[in-house]
Design a binder for this molecule. Structure first.
Ligand SMILES: Nc1ncnc2c1ncn2[C@@H]1O[C@H](COP(=O)(O)OP(=O)(O)OP(=O)(O)O)[C@@H](O)[C@H]1O
Ligand SMILES: Nc1nc2c(c(=O)[nH]1)N=C(CO)CN2
Length: 152
């Protein structure tokens, strides 16, 4: 059984309802148990600035799935919630589910990079993780609370 952390993001439509449904679908997925859900917070857009503010959060799961299969489940849930892949990179989206951490696993393959390659520099992803567990380690980088302190 692995412990994984999933980032939640949305900045189009009814963001709160979409993220609530995303957590519900994740909890219903085969081989996945949700063990923690952070609060949701409004954040300023990063990367591509001319877009609405995001609602961001994170979920902790226990899973029997491998990292690749868990990412496939996340992409399926994004599609079920109406995510399309048009528009600019880092641009607006109805829902974004990122596989942030998967145990202490480090993988860099086409289609699967864990830890998420931009996690250590994203306050909107680190803050909800710190709420779930400030001592959580991002392999090769340090704890989420150390990484947040470095962003200050
Ligand atoms: N850890 C990961 N979490 C989510 N997607 C990943 C991960 N590793 C690789 N990918 C791949 O990245 C692709 C693009 O994902 P997506 O469109 O959500 O990127 P983005 O949200 O625009 O950027 P970012 O990943 O910086 O949030 C996905 O289709 C997926 O196959
Ligand atoms: N605040 C915030 N900014 C973003 C987010 C996000 O979830 N929150 N996701 C992005 C996707 O790559 C790009 N920028």
């Amino acid at each position: 059984m692995a412990r994984a952390y999933v980032g939640l993001g949305a900045n189009l439509g009814d963001r709160e309802e979409t993220l609530r449904l995303a957590v519900e679908l994740l909890a219903a997925a085969e081989g996945v148990t949700v063990v923690g859900v952070s609060s949701l917070r409004e954040t300023d857009p990063v990367g591509y600035l001319d877009q609405p503010r995001f609602l961001n959060g994170a979920v902790a799961v226990e899973t029997e799935l491998e990292a690749g299969a868990l990412l496939e489940a996340l992409l399926r849930i994004e599609r079920e919630l109406g995510r399309t892949r048009e528009g600019p990179r880092f641009g607006p989206r109805t829902v974004d589910l990122d596989l942030l951490l998967f145990d202490a696993v480090a993988v860099d393959e086409p289609g699967l990079t864990v830890p998420h390659p931009r996690l250590h520099e994203r306050r909107f992803a680190l803050e909800p993780l710190a709420e779930l567990d400030p001592a959580l380690v991002v392999p090769g980088r340090g704890t989420v609370s150390e990484l947040l302190a470095q962003l200050d």
